[in-house]
Design a protein around this ligand. Sequence first.
Ligand code: TYD
Ligand code: MG
Length: 461
Amino acid sequence: MAKKSATVFFCQECGYESSKWMGQCPGCRRWNTFVEETVSTSKKSAAGSRGIAAFAEKGSAGKAVSLQEITLGEEEKILTHIKELDRVLGGGIVPGSLTLVGGDPGIGKSTLLLQMCRLLAEDQHKVLYISGEESLKQIKLRAIRLGEFTEALQLLCETNLDVIAESIKRERPEIVIIDSIQTMYSEEVSAAPGSVSQVRESTGILLQLAKGLGISIFIVGHVTKEGTVAGPRVLEHMVDTVLYFEGDRYAAYRLLRGVKNRFGSTNEIGVFEMRNEGLTEVVNPSEYMLNGRPEGASGSIVSCSMEGTRPILVEIQSLVCHSNLGIPRRQANGTDYNRVNLLMAVLEKRVGVQLSDCDAYVNIAGGMKITEPAIDLGIAMAIVSSFKNRAIADSVIAFGEVGLSGEVRAVSQAKQRVLEAKKLGFTICVLPKVCADNLEEIGGIRIIGVSTVQDAIDLIR
Ligand code: TYD
Ligand code: MG
């Protein structure tokens, strides 16, 4: 059959498809993101769009079944023995699942996956690591730093997916790593590797291999400046699990965040530290984040944010000083800039703190990014503490959402947050009054319930 081909324009950011070029993408509103790609319209291609229907058993097409008729085998999750990773994955690797690991280049995706492979291979699981980015020698150099490897780990340097598919079908490994999806190509598609249609087609082929043969496949995807997996946001809906590896380039710690998970809860995080011998798990992230906290400094307070099921304590620092500019400078590091502006407006209007002619800088120490509103109260108290130049006692922790009328609103899982604070030796906890009223007695920590920001600010003397 003669292959027909057509050209289509794809937005490289979000995958929006259009038959003609456009300046602005209607999907993601970005400018100049459309690139022309040739797509083949032969039946064999576009594996991605066929989805899971492609693995239906022969003869069962179109027949519906009841839940009782579906039998489950021994589908146990495979433990990676990296606890932080297991948790984010939802308790281990599900056989036949497709996982996308995204992150900035150089953040440690290859290192983490190679470490995972090492432990899996030690456990006698057959693992195949396919790299399109590094030569075998380069992988070996990295592996030497990570420790001993057993022979259950096989390596392959290849970028042609048809060859890779052959190899997977022949070797039948349990777990496959594809590093990275941007380097892979299928001959069915004429577009360059890394383009939307190529990445989508490649993932489609991998999806079929994973579901058809029951192999768990991990796909590495690089992220662009804007924070989306380069081009292939289209990938997110095709895979079962999406994990993002993030962290400050200059800080040693790395966060693995679950964004989508068909087998477990999302928004779980795993915390790692990059060392000379690879990534190590950080068992107590709160302790890690509070390392090196100044004593008795004004503008500093500890707050608590829930990351998935885990409470994490962070230090909020603020510096407020008189501005010499017509428009005062405001800066927020690690938290939402607009939120900081809003809180300053609330403080000015509801508490009467004159901040309008002050420069203000707010920083979450340790380089973590927190957007949970529960740290509002901490931010507000840090700002006032710096403004008044009065230090808040080191043993105080504060959390709560602040509303526009200056009220302090309830947050979820207050008890867990208080317990985490207690564990790390804090003795006074300022929290929303509603939460405090519902809280049972916890020994060793004083609970102060506040219903307005004013009440909390009154505590700073
Ligand atoms: P890498 O896993 O190659 O990143 P990615 O695959 O996400 O692009 O990470 C490389 C970085 O990690 C590099 O800057 C060096 C650092 N690194 C260590 O600090 N210790 C180690 O043991 C290894 C293997 C890497
Ligand atoms: Mg890499």
